[in-house]
Ligand binder design. Structure first.
Ligand code: HMG
Length: 386
């Protein structure tokens, strides 16, 4: 029985900044951001949006009266949790109007947890093939104003239905996981921004990719030639290039050139949004499927990386008709509006964060389907946008 990704949808905020403007404000060369890091735009998050509202917005795009009935479980993968006890999946289930006989849970391991959620969902579907699992990978990447990581911030959610006889990607059995206790990036309970040893983190990422891909080749006997493309976790688009070039070295043969072209296709949406943390690999996969030369029957490799650190390399076979099971991401990105750097900084500092006081947010400027209206008696108030 084939099990894998049946449908995918992406949602982000409806405003962004131009990173050339941010570079000028920070006294950096714009080319450092657009070429050196490989980012052009960045999602800006108003205080009325968080992983619950973004996750629900992404999931709503792929639900219909038929498939909603088969959802047995919702797994939200995130490192931007909004409560230390209660799972964001419960809020999302309520906003989406799913029935109460649904399992709801939240998973964490930095940017890796979306992949863990998919693998766990595969197991649930293998036990009960009539069930569908809704996996939502949602995050808000925050490093802080005027930090080296600022240019790599971003936000958004990818929602995926995992089921039998999938329409997008049938996941193959062999997956190689690799983990080590490493302090490359973390966020203590008292912090709203990540702490990071940036250069070290890029080296660990490359090492984990080479470790998992080499072991995968040893286990399966497959070669790079057997892949139509490799999709990487993209904390910023240059990271995927660094990892791919570490594998290719000086190679210029047709396979190497194909891998480079598919990587460019994978990078297209990340360039315009930034890091989604655990959703980034899956936004990259959607980008490759929509912008690359991908056909039914192609084998894709996926490299997932979460700081702390965990890597996983696994593969899937693209299914016939996959294109109709993804939302039109470029159209959604084109519909956003640009904000100034002053406005971005104001919104960055207006987040609820660790604040315990009652709050009521102005909802007027937010066009997304769900909003965080505020906080009352230490409880977050979510609602459908009027
Ligand atoms: P930095 O110190 O600002 O940048 O930090 P830099 O000085 O190293 O420059 C960056 C690149 O721009 C360099 O190229 C420069 O040469 C180039 P590289 O050597 O890397 O190829 N450059 C220029 N290019 C063209 N024109 C110019 C120019 N000037 C310079 N004028 C860093 C960069 C990525 C470290 C920083 O942004 C950072 O700390 N980011 C956050 C950490 C991160 O994303 N790490 C990635 C691996 S860890 C991971 O993926 C997990 C993660 O997603 C979290 C999770 O798991 O939850 C982050």
């Amino acid at each position: 029985m084939k099990i894998g990704i049946d449908e995918m949808a992406f949602a982000t905020t409806d405003q962004y900044i131009d990173l050339r403007e941010l570079a000028k404000r920070r006294g950096d060369e714009p080319d450092k951001y657009t070429i050196g890091i490989g980012q052009d735009q960045q999602a800006v998050v108003p205080p009325t949006q968080d992983i619950v509202t973004l996750g629900a917005a992404a999931a709503e795009k792929l639900l219909n009266p038929t498939n909603i009935k088969n959802i047995s479980t919702i797994i939200v993968a995130t490192e931007s949790g909004i409560d230390n006890s209660k799972a964001s999946a419960i809020y999302i289930k309520h906003l989406l109007g799913l029935n109460d006989f649904v399992r709801t849970v939240e998973l964490k391991e930095a940017c890796y947890s979306g992949t863990a959620a998919i693998q766990f969902a595969r197991g649930l579907v293998a036990l009960n093939p009539q069930e569908t699992v809704l996996v939502i990978a949602a995050d808000i990447a925050r490093y802080g104003l005027n930090t080296p990581g600022e240019v790599t911030q971003g936000a958004g959610a990818v929602a995926m239905l995992i089921g039998a006889n999938p329409h997008v990607l049938a996941i193959e059995p062999t997956a190689v996981s690799y983990s080590k206790d490493i302090m490359d990036f973390w966020r203590p309970l008292y912090a709203t921004e990540a702490m990071v040893d940036g250069k070290y983190s890029t080296n660990v990422y490359i090492d984990f990719f080479l470790q998992t891909f080499t072991r995968y080749q040893q286990l399966t006997g497959r070669k790079l030639e057997d892949f139509a493309g490799l999709a990487f976790h993209l904390p910023f688009t240059k990271m995927g290039k660094k990892a791919l070039e570490a594998l290719l070295g000086q190679r210029t043969d047709p396979t190497a050139q194909r891998m480079r072209k598919q990587l460019t296709a994978e990078q297209a949406y990340c360039r315009q949004v930034g890091n989604l943390y655990t959703g980034s690999l899956y936004l990259g996969l959607m980008s490759m499927l929509q912008n690359g030369r991908i056909q039914a029957g192609d084998r894709l490799g996926l490299f997932s990386y979460g700081s702390g650190a965990e890597g996983e390399f696994y593969t899937g076979i693209v299914q016939a008709g996959f294109a109709t099971y993804l939302n039109d991401i470029q159209a959604d990105l084109d519909a956003r509006h640009q904000v100034s750097i002053d406005e971005y900084e104001r919104l960055f500092n207006a987040q609820l964060g660790m604040n315990s006081a009652d709050q009521q947010f102005d909802l007027a400027g937010d066009q997304l389907p769900f909003v965080l209206a505020g906080q009352r008696d230490h409880q977050r108030i979510y609602q459908r946008n009027q």
